[in-house]
Design a protein around this ligand. Structure first.
Ligand code: ADP
Ligand code: MG
Length: 287
């Protein structure tokens, strides 16, 4: 466990989400709009990982999508690198994509099965204006960075395991040296030992490049491992946030304690010990 990841510098925020609301249109006749995000604010500093945790349906993906311009922000603002981005035109959005990237949960659907890894990685590079030659050099570098062999370039996604595919997706997100990557449950589809290796890769990459992450997961043990700070989401609101070790070991909210009990721990004895610990906390704090 990496419970004391040092908090990244106290510089100006890279991302500020300020009091945003997202409503989804109701489906069907006379259905009401669904209030998916309620007055949500978060901040991410350069080089920092903010873990966003909450149970399924709490609005985590919606927050990631709102930042990426893929969910309708009704009120409030999203400021990235000094620029308000919640109101950008689709074209201005595209030019932002060098700095703001995403890695999704499912490495099986996020890579085009008809393209070689080389073509997949070349896409953002060519779109960013790289020559064919520069782009092949950069592809070699990217594969090396995610610990895939150079000959992976000639192969197709189906030739790789889930963990390897996620490495390709990570390499693609890194192609243009982003400042922030929204990672939406990027290890949730992987088995536990692969999860651990991919999490370590995210951490190594951050140390090498200084990229910041919004790291979305339903699993508190994942969030504890990777995050400097943690925000906990419930029913479209952030109900608790703070330093990773505080939120994941001495949370204020009963809901966060419930998440802690639900997150898997490999050793049954530790699990039992942890359960007693949180139950004793619960006994002393009103729910
Ligand atoms: P999480 O990622 O935490 O599981 P989501 O952000 O995906 O949660 O979803 C939050 C809520 O918004 C859920 O109740 C979901 O059903 C609803 N929702 C998500 N996307 C849409 C959409 N496009 N239209 C209507 N409702 C949606
Ligand atoms: Mg989700």
């Amino acid at each position: 466990m990496n419970e004391d990841r040092e908090r990244a510098g106290s510089s100006e925020a890279l991302l500020r989400v300020e009091n945003i609301d997202v409503h989804y249109r109701g489906k069907g006749f006379r259905s009401r709009p669904f209030h998916a995000l309620k007055d949500v604010s978060i901040e991410i500093h350069p080089g920092e990982t903010l873990g966003l945790v909450g149970e399924s349906g709490s609005g985590k993906t919606t927050l990631g999508r709102a930042i990426l311009g893929l969910a309708p922000v009704g009120s409030g603002r999203v400021v990235f690198d000094g620029q308000e981005i919640s109101t950008l035109s689709p074209r201005a959005r595209r030019s932002l994509s060098a700095d703001l990237q995403v890695v999704f949960q499912d490495p099986y659907s996020s890579l085009n099965p008809g393209m070689t890894i080389e073509t997949i990685l070349a896409e953002p590079l060519r779109a960013g204006g790289a020559s064919r030659r520069d782009s092949s050099a950069r592809i070699r570098e990217l594969l090396d960075q995610v610990h895939l062999p150079a000959d992976a370039a000639r192969r197709y996604p189906r030739e790789f395991s889930g963990g390897q595919r996620q490495r390709v997706a990570i390499a693609r997100s890194l192609a243009l040296d982003p400042k922030l990557i929204v990672c939406d449950e990027p290890v949730s589809a992987l088995d536990l030992s692969t999860q651990a290796r991919v999490l370590d890769l995210f951490i190594d990459i951050q140390q090498q490049t200084g990229v910041a992450y919004l790291f979305i997961t339903h699993d508190l043990s994942v969030v504890r491992y990777i995050s400097h700070r943690v925000a906990v989401m419930l029913n479209g609101s952030i109900i608790e946030s703070g330093d990773s070790s505080t939120v994941t070991s001495e949370p204020d909210e009963a809901y966060t304690r419930k998440l802690l009990l639900a997150s898997p721990v490999p050793h049954p004895a530790r699990q039992a010990e942890r359960r007693r610990h949180y139950e004793s906390l619960s006994a002393h704090t009103a729910p």
